[in-house]
Design a protein around this ligand. Structure first.
Ligand code: SF4
Length: 325
């Protein structure tokens, strides 16, 4: 395969506002992440980011509210009751959530996500959102990352102050998770039928996932109208079944992020990488995540920014990768 031609054509199509097809996505994902060709792919994705993201880097802050054993036992998640990682459950109080939201907003976060487990009641989440919105003023969007939704719940979330919902059909959904793909799709339908915006990353990526699987999950995000997409690597949590595969190399994560940038073009102007990667930012990601609280990639009650990745680091990385932050 002539990768120069493939990448050039993909970039041109992307800049012209065409969604890339499955075959092209797979061909781009087939490039060796350690090759020179993948660097060309990354440069091209960065050019597309300049156009469709207006060269603006943004920060997605996320607060994990409840840390408790979850009976769904997804094979990658530290919350799974079967993996025995959770010894002390906790739930963040309203005051702490307001305080952290205020901190992230004052530092410049564009989005603040309230993330819960499946067990968290939607009415409680709505009540929390109202308190956050009335106490933290500013130019930010509140994001819900919670359990399954129907039309009624989606409407309630919107009326309570949420503007965005994070939801995805995860890689090997129904295999590495007990969820039914059709049920997860109903939530995506409910979001699409509401006033809420969809954010949906290709996740949680491991070394075992094929290019076809990655392309299909990405295309599902596009089919449901995601305005923010990108790539999230699985963080191996000791004790979870998928720990055995180890971590995804950073160049592969950056490559997949670049492919989502080219693939989404104008349709999803915001492309996120998680965990944060400066290389992925150089290759087209314009959104990074700062998170705290209950994190399914960790087993502690995180009280500061996870992994030490805070707003000043994010802004420094944006500066170093040529974005306006
Ligand atoms: S990913 Fe969500 S549903 Fe699955 S075990 Fe973790 S908290 Fe439960």
């Amino acid at each position: 395969m002539n990768y120069d031609i493939l990448i050039k054509k993909a970039k041109e199509n992307s800049l012209e506002g065409k969604l890339l097809d499955r075959e092209t996505l797979i061909a781009l994902l087939e490039i060796d992440p350690d090759s020179k060709a993948v660097e060309k792919l990354g440069e091209s994705a960065r050019e597309v980011a300049s156009k469709f993201a207006n060269n603006k880097g943004s920060v997605w802050a996320s607060i994990g509210i409840d840390y408790q054993p979850c009976k769904m036992n997804c094979s990658f998640c530290s919350f799974g009751v079967k993996w025995g990682a959770i010894t002390n459950r906790y739930q963040w109080g309203v005051d702490d959530i307001i305080q952290y939201t205020g901190k992230f907003v004052s530092e410049g976060a564009k989005w603040v996500t309230l993330r819960t487990t499946e067990c968290f009641r939607t009415d409680n989440l709505c009540s929390l959102a109202k308190k956050v919105r009335s106490n933290v003023l500013g130019n930010y969007e509140l994001v819900a990352n919670t359990g399954e939704l129907n039309d009624e719940k989606a409407k309630l979330l919107y009326e309570s102050g949420f503007k965005v919902v994070y939801h995805s059909i995860r890689l090997r959904e129904g295999i590495d998770t007990p969820f039914n793909v059709n049920e997860r799709c109903k939530t995506l339908e409910a979001v699409r039928s509401s006033n809420l915006t969809l954010a949906y990353l290709v996740e949680p990526i491991g070394v075992e996932h094929s290019n076809e699987e990655i392309a299909d999950v990405f295309l599902t995000a596009m089919r449901y109208g995601a305005k923010l997409t990108g790539a999230m690597a699985r963080v191996p949590v000791s004790g979870t079944p998928l720990f055995k595969y180890g971590a995804l190399p950073e160049r592969r994560l950056a490559q997949i992020t670049a492919v989502t940038r080219l693939g989404a073009g104008k349709y999803a102007p915001d492309i996120c990488v998680h965990p944060p990667s400066k290389l992925a930012m150089e290759w087209g990601a314009n959104v990074v995540v700062i998170e705290t609280g209950a994190i399914p990639r960790d087993i502690k009650n995180i009280k500061n920014e996870w992994g030490g990745f805070d707003m000043s680091t994010a802004k420094k990385w944006y500066e170093e990768t040529g974005y306006e932050a």
